[in-house]
Write a protein of this length. Structure first.
Length: 742
C-alpha cells in the first residue's frame, strides 16, 4: 500500500463526539454509538486505506453471511472519511457509487497498488466457492477512490473458498503478488485446499504459481506474508482452525520449503498476528485460542539460536472463542500491545510489559456486547493516535453495526524504528535494490501506515572538517549533494561529530590524535552538529539536487526500494538514505550508506525447459552489452534441436512464471528479435544445435529507444520444437540479466 498524504494536523476534539457511556478513569478506547453509517451487515474483513488520497483513511469492509456454509451474499462496503475535509468523526457510505452492488460471501480484504499507477486497489476474498475473488481497480487520477471490478481481466477466473488474502512482493520483482488461503467446500471442517499464490506481471495481471509443497489442512482462516527467517523475502504463515498451521519458507526464486507443523498445534484458532513482541529483531506471533480458548504468544527462537523454531508462551486468563487480534503500541513505550476483538462481551487489551509478559486490562475499552469478527487500529480523526474499528456477525444481529472506539490516550510522537538495512555490496544491474525492516506503532495483517522513501545521489566530491582546540574548522562547510565529508580529530581526547538536526541521528566517533570518520550528505539542507566531548558546534550546508523515490513495495514491516540509473561518477559510488514517515507525521532517517555503481557482468537466472530430445537449452554469453562498443555481445542458446530456429525475447523486468510446460523468464511487455536464418540439418546428434544473437546490434540500431546505456535488460530464447512433449511446439532456454554499459 502506498500512502500519499500531507501530515498536517486536523483538530478532532473528542468532547464533540457523543460517546455511548461515561468512561472510567482507565478507559482509553471509548465507543461512539452510530459513528459508521450503513445497514448492519455480517462483516468478517476490514482494511483502512486512503482510497482517494485526500489525507485521511477510509474503510473497506468485506461482507457476506454464513459460518460453515453460504448464507445471504452481500455487497462490500466503502466508508469515506471526511476528516480531511474538516469534519473528523464524520463518515459517508459511498459503497454503491464507488464499488458497485455486486454481492458475494466476502470474508477478507487486502489493499495494494497492483498496477503501479500510485493508487490503491482492493481485493475481496470470497468464501464457499460461490464467486471468484473480487479485484477492484482504482480509477486513480481520473476519478479518485472509484473502482471497477476487473477480476477476470486480471487473472482471477476460479471460484475459491477463502477466509483471507494478503498482498506482498513474494518474488522480489517490485510489484504486489497475492496469496489466498482456501478452505475448500467444507470451509470450517474436513480437508481444505492448499494456499493459492498469484504472481503479478507488473501491470496488475496475475498468473497462478502453484505451491506444490503445501499440504492440505483443515479450516484455513488467516493468511500472512511475513519474513519469519530474516532473509529479506516474504514467507507464508497460514493460520487454520484445525490443529496444524501452514508455514512455507520462501527460499527464492519461488522455491518453497514446507515447514508446516513447526508452529505449535492449536485448536479452533481464527487468527495469529505477527510482530516482534520481545524486541529481539525476529517476528513472534500472538495467537487466539493458543490452548483451548485462551490466548497466548508464540516466541520465534531464531534470535539468538539461529534456528527457526517456535516456543509457545504463557497462556492469558480468560476462555472466550475470539476471532481477531491487532498489535498496537497503546502507551508509546516502543513495544506492541495485543488487542483482541472478542466474540464475548468485551474487546480485551494485553499490555506488553517486556520480556514477553502481558498484563490483561479489562477496563481499557468500552464494554459493548457484540460478536466481533474483525478489527483494525487506524487514526480515523487525524489527531495522532490510533482508534479501533470493529466488525460484527455470526450472532446477536442487533449489534451487527460496525463500531468505532475513539482513542483518548496520548498521540503517537515516536518515530518509526529502522531495524535493519540490506544494501548490495556489489550491485550488478540497475535498479539497485535496497531493503529495510521497520517497526512503528501498529501492525495489522501486514499494514503499518508508514510510508518509505529512498533519497540518493552519486558520490561526486570530497571535503574536510577538523576538530582542534575544541573547535570545528571550518565552522560552516558548504558542499554539494553527494559530497563525502571527512571529519578529523586533532585533539588528544576522543570527540565526535554528532547530528543535532532532527530527524538525522548520525553519531560519528573520532578517536584521539587523528581519528577520522566519513559521512556523505545526500539531501539538500542545513545540518547542525556538535561534539559530545568538547561541545564544539558546526554546520554543513548542502546544496544541489538529489533523487527521491517512494518504496516500491512493503508489507509485514519489510520495505523494498529501487535506486534508478544515475550518470556514472568518478567515484563509482552511490550514496543513499532511507526516510520513514508514519501517519501522525513522525519521521526517522537512516544514516547515509554508500554502494558501488552496478557492473556490466551478465547474470544467468531462471531455468530452461526440457525439449523433445531430453535436453535443456542453456545460455552462454560473451562480451558485454554496450551502447557504443563495436565488439559484439553474444547471447547463445545451446542444446537446442539441430536446425530449428527461434527468437530472442527481451524485456525490462524478469519473471519466473509457468509457461508452455517451462518457465517464462521475462515479464511483459516483451519484444522479440529474430536470429539469422538457421539451415536445416539431418542426422545431427541430439541437442547439438544452437542459436545466437549479437544483442549489441539491437542496442545500436536505435529501433528501441529504451535500449540505452544504464538500462537493465532480461532476455531468453524461445525455440521451435515440433515434438514438444508438453504439446505447445516450442522450447525455452533459461534467462540472462545484463546492464547496457556506455
Amino acid at each position: 500500500m502506498t500512502l500519499s498524504r500531507s501530515f498536517s494536523r486536523l483538530a478532532a476534539p473528542l468532547a464533540a463526539l457523543a460517546v455511548a457511556s461515561a468512561p472510567g478513569a482507565a478507559q482509553q478506547f471509548q465507543y461512539q454509538l452510530g459513528a459508521i453509517p450503513g445497514p448492519p451487515r455480517w462483516t468478517e474483513g476490514i482494511e483502512a486505506v486512503d482510497v482517494d488520497h485526500d489525507g485521511d483513511l477510509d474503510l473497506v469492509f468485506a461482507n457476506g453471511e454464513g459460518f460453515a456454509s453460504a448464507g445471504t451474499p452481500r455487497a462490500a462496503t466503502l466508508i469515506v472519511n471526511q476528516a480531511a475535509q474538516g469534519a473528523p468523526g464524520v463518515f459517508t457510505d459511498e459503497s454503491a457509487a464507488r464499488l458497485g452492488t455486486l454481492a458475494s460471501h466476502g470474508k477478507g480484504v487486502s489493499t495494494a497498488d497492483v498496477n503501479g499507477d500510485g493508487w490503491e486497489d482492493v481485493m475481496i476474498a470470497n468464501a464457499f466457492n460461490t464467486t471468484v475473488p473480487y479485484l477492484y481497480i482504482n480509477r486513480g487520477a481520473t476519478q479518485p477512490g472509484f473502482f471497477d471490478l476487473e477480476s477476470a481481466a486480471r487473472g482471477f477466473t476460479e471460484a475459491l473458498s477463502s477466509a483471507s488474502c494478503q498482498f506482498g512482493d513474494v518474488d522480489d520483482d517490485g510489484d504486489y503478488d497475492v496469496i489466498f488461503n482456501d478452505s475448500g467446500p467444507n470451509f470450517l471442517s474436513g480437508p481444505g485446499e492448499r494456499p493459492r499464490l498469484y504472481l503479478n506481471d507488473g501491470t496488475g495481471v496475475f498468473t497462478e504459481q502453484p505451491l506444490p509443497t503445501a499440504p492440505i489442512l483443515i479450516g484455513a482462516m488467516d493468511a500472512q506474508l511475513v519474513d519469519v527467517d530474516n532473509d529479506w523475502d516474504l514467507d507464508y504463515v497460514g493460520i487454520n482452525r484445525g490443529s496444524t498451521h501452514f508455514l512455507l519458507r520462501n527460499d527464492g526464486p519461488l522455491g518453497w520449503a514446507n515447514l508446516t507443523g513447526l508452529l505449535p498445534s492449536t485448536g479452533n484458532v481464527y487468527e495469529a498476528e505477527v510482530g516482534d513482541l520481545d524486541g529481539d529483531m525476529d517476528l513472534d506471533l500472538f495467537f487466539l485460542s493458543l490452548s483451548g480458548f485462551r490466548e497466548g504468544h508464540v516466541r520465534n527462537d531464531l534470535i539468538p539460536t539461529l534456528s527457526l523454531t517456535f516456543t509457545a508462551g504463557v497462556l492469558q486468563p480468560g476462555n472466550v472463542d475470539d476471532n481477531e487480534v491487532v498489535l498496537l503500541d497503546v502507551d508509546n513505550d516502543g513495544d506492541y500491545d495485543p488487542i483482541v476483538g472478542s466474540l464475548g462481551a468485551q474487546e480485551r487489551l494485553y499490555r506488553n510489559q517486556g520480556g514477553l509478559v502481558f498484563t490483561p486490562e479489562t477496563n481499557a475499552i468500552t464494554n459493548v456486547s457484540d460478536s466481533t469478527l474483525d478489527m483494525t487500529a487506524v487514526d480515523l480523526d487525524n489527531d495522532g493516535d490510533y482508534d479501533l474499528v470493529t466488525t460484527q456477525g455470526e450472532s446477536n444481529p442487533a449489534q451487527w453495526a460496525n463500531k468505532v472506539y475513539w482513542n483518548t490516550g496520548a498521540p503517537d510522537t515516536v518515530p518509526p524504528v529502522i531495524r535493519a538495512i540490506d544494501a548490495p555490496a556489489a550491485p550488478d544491474a540497475w535498479p539497485v535494490v535496497v531493503r529495510a525492516r521497520m517497526q512503528d506503532q501498529v501492525v495489522d495483517d501486514g499494514i503499518t501506515f508508514v510510508s518509505g522513501q529512498v533519497e540518493y545521489a552519486a558520490v561526486s566530491g570530497a571535503a574536510a572538517v577538523t576538530h582542534q582546540a575544541g573547535v570545528f574548522s571550518p565552522a560552516v562547510l558548504n558542499v554539494a549533494v553527494g559530497t563525502r565529508v571527512t571529519f578529523t580529530n586533532l585533539d588528544g581526547t576522543a570527540e565526535s561529530a554528532t547530528s543535532t538536526t532532527a530527524p538525522y541521528g548520525y553519531d560519528l566517533p573520532l578517536a584521539a590524535g587523528g581519528g577520522t570518520a566519513d559521512y556523505v550528505f545526500v539531501r539538500p539542507g542545513t545540518y547542525d552538529l556538535a561534539s559530545s566531548g568538547s561541545g564544539a558546534t558546526g554546520q554543513v550546508v548542502v546544496t544541489g539536487t538529489s533523487v527521491a523515490a517512494a518504496a516500491v513495495t512493503f508489507r509485514g514491516e519489510r520495505y523494498r526500494f529501487e535506486i534508478d540509473e544515475l550518470p556514472l561518477a568518478p567515484s563509482g559510488e552511490i550514496a543513499f538514505e532511507l526516510r520513514f514517515t508514519d501517519w501522525p507525521g513522525n519521521v526517522s532517517v537512516s544514516e547515509s550508506q554508500v554502494v558501488p555503481f552496478p557492473t556490466c557482468t551478465p547474470e544467468l537466472y531462471c531455468t530452461g525447459k526440457t525439449n523433445s530430445m531430453g535436453c535443456v537449452p542453456f545460455l552462454v554469453t560473451s562480451g558485454f552489452a554496450s551502447a557504443t562498443s563495436s565488439a559484439p555481445f553474444s547471447i547463445r542458446a545451446e542444446d537446442v534441436l539441430p536446425g530449428e530456429a527461434g527468437f530472442l525475447l527481451y524485456a525490462f523486468k524478469k519473471s519466473n512464471l509457468n509457461f508452455h510446460g517451462g518457465k517464462l523468464c521475462v515479464k511483459t511487455p516483451i519484444t522479440r528479435l529474430l536470429p539469422p536464418k538457421v539451415a536445416k540439418t539431418t542426422g545431427a546428434p541430439p541437442c547439438t544445435g544452437f542459436v545466437n544473437r549479437n544483442f549489441n546490434g539491437a542496442v545500436q540500431s536505435g529501433n528501441d529507444p529504451l535500449l540505452t546505456a544504464g538500462q537493465t535488460v532480461y532476455a531468453q530464447w524461445r525455440l521451435r520444437d515440433p515434438l514438444d512433449p508438453a504439446g505447445f511446439g516450442d522450447g525455452l532456454s533459461n534467462g540472462v540479466r545484463f546492464l547496457i554499459c556506455p
